[in-house]
Design a protein around this ligand. Structure first.
Ligand SMILES: C[S@@+](CC[C@H](N)C(=O)[O-])C[C@H]1O[C@@H](n2cnc3c(N)ncnc32)[C@H](O)[C@@H]1O
Length: 299
C-alpha cells in the first residue's frame, strides 16, 4: 500500500505547546519516539537548525515513509528507525548518541493510520479487523476477539475503553463471532450500534470499543510503562520531556511517574496540571479533544 503526503490534512496536536515545553535549540539532539506523520518532528527540526539532529522512532514501518517525506521538506538532519519506543536504548546505540536534549511522546494512533481503511483502526471505514501498528507483529484485533472469552472481553472494554455497556457489547460480539465470525470493522461497529442505547452523546457508540481493542492489540500501556522507567537515563541535565496522552490510564501513568521522579530529584515537573488544547484547536480538530500534555525537565 502506498501512503502519500497529499492526503495529509494532519496537523500535529498541541504543536505550539510542544515547542514551548521542549525548547529545541540549534545544535540539540531530540528524540521523537512516536514520529508518526512527522508533523511535530518537522517543526522541531526547524528550530534546531543549524546543527540539530532529530531521531525519529515509530513501530509502524509504513508510516515512516510518510515521516520521511514530511521531513525531507526541511534541510534538517534526521534519522528514522522502525522500533518500539520501549526499546529506546537500542535505537540510541545505533545512532551513537548517549543522551539527548529533548524527548517527545505523542501517544495513540496517527490520523494517517485512522484514514487508511485497510489498517482497520476506524469504525467509519470498511476494513479488516487488524489494528496492528506494527504489521510484522502477530495478533490482530480479530485474533483477539477469537481468543478472549466473553468475560475477558468485557474486562478489556471496561478497563481500556471505559465502556459502560461493556457487558452487553461483549455478549453481542461473542454471540456473532460464534454464529458468523466477525471479520470487518463495519461489521463490528454495527453490532455495537445495535446493542448500545442511543443517548445524547455525540461520539459514535463504537469509539470506546475500538480504542480498547487498539490499546490491547498494540500493548500500548506496556510500552509506556517500560519507557517511563528508564527514559531519564538517556536525558542530559536540563533536557525536556513532553508527553501527550489521549487516555486517562496513560495520563495517570505519566503523572505518577513524573511525581515519583520529582521526589527522587530526577525530574522537575513543568506542568502542574496537564495542558489541554484551546478552544480553536478543539473546534478544528476533533481528534485532539482528549489530549493532555505533561512536561518535565531532567535535573
Ligand atoms: C499520534 S501519532 C504521532 C503523530 C506525530 N506526533 C505527528 O506529528 O505526526 C502516534 C504514532 O506513534 C506510533 N506508536 C505508537 N506506539 C508506539 C510504540 N510503542 N513505539 C513506537 N511507535 C509507536 C504510532 O504508530 C503512530 O504513528
Amino acid at each position: 500500500m502506498e501512503y502519500t503526503t497529499t492526503d495529509l490534512a494532519h496537523i500535529p496536536v498541541l504543536a505550539e505547546e510542544v515547542l514551548d515545553y521542549l525548547q529545541p535549540q540549534p545544535g540539540h539532539v531530540v528524540l521523537d519516539c512516536t514520529v508518526g506523520n512527522g508533523g511535530h518532528a518537522v517543526k522541531i527540526l526547524e528550530k534546531m537548525k543549524p546543527g540539530g539532529f532529530l531521531i525519529g522512532i515509530d513501530k509502524d514501518e509504513e508510516i515512516l515513509q510518510v515521516a520521511r517525506q514530511t521531513l525531507s521538506q526541511t534541510t534538517g538532519n534526521f534519522k528514522l528507525y522502525h522500533a518500539d519506543y520501549a526499546e529506546v536504548e537500542n535505537v540510541l546505540n545505533l545512532t551513537g548518541v548517549e543522551k539527548v536534549n529533548g524527548v517527545l511522546l505523542d501517544l495513540g494512533a496517527s490520523s494517517v493510520q485512522f484514514d487508511q481503511a485497510e489498517r482497520g483502526f476506524s469504525f467509519a471505514k470498511e476494513g479488516p479487523l487488524d489494528m496492528r501498528m506494527d504489521r510484522s507483529a502477530p495478533g490482530t484485533a480479530r485474533d483477539m476477539i477469537q481468543r478472549l472469552s466473553e468475560r475477558e472481553l468485557e474486562e478489556v472494554l471496561k478497563k481500556y475503553g471505559e465502556e459502560r455497556w461493556s457487558k452487553r457489547i461483549a455478549r453481542a460480539i461473542q454471540r456473532e463471532e460464534k454464529q458468523a465470525g466477525i471479520t470487518s470493522t463495519r461489521q463490528l461497529a454495527s453490532i455495537i450500534e445495535r446493542v448500545v442505547p442511543r443517548g445524547k452523546s455525540k461520539i459514535h457508540p463504537a469509539t470506546r470499543v475500538f480504542q480498547a481493542l487498539r490499546i490491547v492489540v498494540n500493548r500500548e500501556l506496556d510500552s509506556l510503562e517500560i519507557f517511563l522507567e528508564k527514559i531519564h537515563n538517556y536525558m542530559r541535565t536540563g533536557a525536556r520531556i513532553v508527553i501527550i496522552s489521549f487516555h486517562s490510564l496513560e495520563d495517570r501513568m505519566v503523572k505518577q511517574k513524573f511525581r515519583e521522579s520529582a521526589n527522587l530529584q530526577i525530574f522537575k515537573i513543568l506542568t502542574k496540571k496537564p495542558v489541554t488544547p484551546g478552544e480553536a484547536e478543539r473546534e478544528s480538530n476533533v481528534r485532539c479533544r482528549s489530549a493532555k500534555l505533561r512536561a518535565a525537565e531532567r535535573i
